[in-house]
Write a protein that binds this ligand. Structure first.
Ligand code: ACO
Length: 432
C-alpha cells in the first residue's frame, strides 16, 4: 500500500518527479523507482546492490543495527533454542509453524526422497579425489536438472513441492557422496529411520566393515547450525538463485548457481577461510601482526568471519554459535581447544581496535561455526558444503515465493556505460 511519496528534483533539467514510497511490515520503507526512467530518462546507480530492494518478500527479516533476525516473524534465538531444522524448514517453506501431523508428513516426504539415482552416483568417478567438494556438489546438483527436466513444470505447484522435497533430501546425500569420494570410500546409502542430521552423519562417517554409532551431541550441534544457516533474506547466493530462476530455468540448475555463489570466501566460503586464518595466526602473540595486515588495504588480507553487509552491531547467529562452541566442546571433552581460545582472543582484540570499531565490523555467522564443525569431525573442505545443505531450504523458499508471484519478471539489472562511444570499423591494414 502506498502511504508516502518522495520528491525527486532533476536540477539540471528543471524537472521533478513524485515517487511512491512503499512501507513493509517492519523495517525501512522503499522508494519505488519503477517509472523513473520513463519519466526522467535516468536509471539508479548502486554497485553491489547495497541500497536496492530487488523484490518484496515475506520470508526473513533482518534489522542489521539491532542485530535482529526473524524467520517468518519468529526470532532466530527462539527457533535455535526450541525448534528443529526440519520444523524451521517447514516454517520457511509454508509460512507457519506446522502441527505435529503436518511436521510428521513433511519429514516423511523428505525421507521418501533421500536416495539419489545410481547414475548420478557414477558422476563422482569423473572427479579427481582432491576435487573441492563444493565443485562436486554444484556440478552434481546442476546435473539433477537432466534427471528431472521433463517432469518439472515450474508453474505447477505440485511439481514445485516435489522439487522442494527432492532437493532438500538429496543435497545431504550428494554432499556425503562428495566426501566419501574424496576419501576413496564407498557411498553410504541413507537410513530413513534416522532424523535429517543423524542420517547425514551416518552417510558421512559410516563404513561397510564396522558399526557406526551416531554421536547425539554432534547431531544436535549440526541441527542447530542448520537452523541458523537456513535463510538470510536476499544474500548473494539467494539472489543468485532468484536471478537464475527468474529466467524460468530448471530449479536444480538455479540451486547449483546458488551453491557456486555461496562458495566464495566473502560469503559462505568464509567458514573454511576462518580456520585457515586461525591456523596461520597460530598463537595469541601473532594477533597484532595479523590485524595490522587485515587493516592494510594493499595486503588483500581480511579478518575472515568479521564484517557483514547488513549487520552493523552484532550478528545474532554468531552470538548463539559462540555459546554453542563452549557447550559442544565441553560435552565432547575438548574444552581446551586451542583454536577456539585463539578465536575468542582474536575477537576480543579486534573489537577494541579503532579500525574495526569505526567500521562496525563484528564477528559474523562464520567466525565460530568452523570450530564446531571441526570438533564434530567435519573436514574443513566440507564446511561450506554444510552451509549449502542448510541454505538450500532458504533458496527453495525464495524460489517458490518468486515463481508463485504473478508479478514475477526476469531479473535484469542496468548499467552505467563508460566504454567508447560509437565509432566506425577500420580494416586491419589501416590500423596503426
Ligand atoms: N577485515 C578487514 N577490513 C574489513 C573487513 C574485514 N573482514 N570487512 C570489511 N572491512 C572494511 C573494508 O575494507 C572497508 O573499509 P574502508 O571503508 O576503509 O574502505 C569497510 O570495512 C567496509 O567494508 P566493505 O567491503 O565495503 O563491506 P561489504 O558490505 O561490501 O562487505 C563482507 C561485507 C564481504 C562480509 C566483508 O565484511 C568481508 O569481506 N568480510 C570477511 C569475509 C566474511 O567473513 N564473509 C562472510 C560474511 S557472512 C556470510 O556471507 C555468510
Amino acid at each position: 500500500m502506498t502511504q508516502k511519496t518522495f520528491e525527486l528534483v532533476d536540477q539540471s533539467n528543471d524537472r521533478k518527479m513524485t515517487l511512491p514510497v512503499r512501507a513493509g511490515t517492519i523495517g525501512p520503507s522503499v522508494v519505488d523507482i519503477a517509472k523513473l526512467n520513463k519519466e526522467l530518462g535516468v536509471f539508479t546507480y548502486d554497485p553491489g546492490f547495497g541500497m536496492t530492494a530487488a523484490t518484496e518478500s515475506r520470508i526473513t527479516y533482518i534489522d542489521g543495527d539491532a542485530g535482529v533476525l526473524l524467520y517468518r516473524g519468529y526470532p532466530v534465538e527462539q527457533l535455535a533454542e526450541k525448534s528443529t531444522f526440519m520444523e524451521v524448514a517447514y516454517l520457511l517453506l509454508h509460512s507457519e509453524l506446522p502441527t505435529r501431523k503436518q511436521l510428521d508428513e513433511f519429514i516423511g516426504n523428505i525421507r521418501h526422497h533421500t536416495m539419489i539415482n545410481e547414475s548420478l552416483l557414477r558422476f563422482f568417478h569423473g572427479f579427481h579425489y582432491d576435487a573441492h567438494p563444493m565443485a562436486m556438489v554444484s556440478a552434481v546438483i546442476a546435473s539433477m536438472s537432466a534427471f528431472y527436466h521433463d517432469s518439472m513444470d515450474i508453474y505447477n505447484p505440485r511439481h514445485r513441492e516435489i522439487f522442494a522435497h527432492r532437493i532438500i533430501a538429496k543435497i545431504a546425500t550428494i554432499a556425503a557422496a562428495a566426501h566419501k569420494h574424496s576419501l576413496g570410500q564407498p557411498h553410504v546409502y541413507p537410513r530413513n529411520d534416522l532424523d535429517y542430521c543423524s542420517n547425514l552423519l551416518h552417510m558421512l562417517y559410516a563404513v561397510p566393515c564396522e558399526p557406526y554409532e551416531i554421536d547425539p551431541v554432534a547431531a544436535q550441534a549440526l541441527d542447530l547450525l542448520f537452523i541458523l544457516h537456513a535463510d538470510h533474506e536476499q544474500n548473494a547466493s539467494t539472489s543468485t538463485v532468484r536471478l537464475a530462476g527468474s529466467t524460468g530455468a530448471n530449479p536444480y540448475a538455479a540451486v547449483a548457481a546458488g551453491v557456486s555463489a555461496l562458495w566464495g570466501p566473502a560469503h559462505g566460503g568464509a567458514n573454511e577461510a576462518v580456520l585457515s586464518m586461525l591456523e596461520q595466526i597460530g598463537t595469541v602473540d601473532n594477533i597484532p601482526k595479523f590485524l595490522a595486515q587485515a587493516k592494510d588495504k594493499s595486503s588483500h588480507v581480511r579478518l575472515m568471519g568479521f564484517g557483514h553487509r547488513v549487520y552493523k552491531n552484532f550478528d545474532p547467529r554468531a552470538k548463539i554459535i559462540r555459546e554453542t562452541c563452549h557447550k559442544v566442546l565441553s560435552r565432547l571433552g575438548r574444552s581446551d581447544n586451542p583454536l577456539f581460545e585463539l578465536a575468542l582472543r582474536l575477537e576480543e582484540i579486534a573489537l577494541k581496535d579503532e579500525y574495526f570499531v569505526a567500521r562496525k565490523l563484528y564477528p559474523n555467522v562464520d567466525f565460530y561455526s568452523g570450530i564446531i564443525y571441526s570438533a564434530i569431525g567435519i573436514p574443513r573442505s566440507m564446511f561450506t558444503v554444510m552451509f549449502a545443505i542448510a541454505r538450500t531450504v532458504g533458496w527453495v523458499a525464495h524460489w517458490q515465493e518468486m515463481i508463485g508471484d504473478p508479478a514475477m519478471r526476469i531479473g535484469r539489472p542496468r548499467q552505467l556505460y563508460t566504454g567508447p562511444a560509437r565509432r566506425e570499423y577500420t580494416s586491419i591494414a589501416k590500423r596503426a
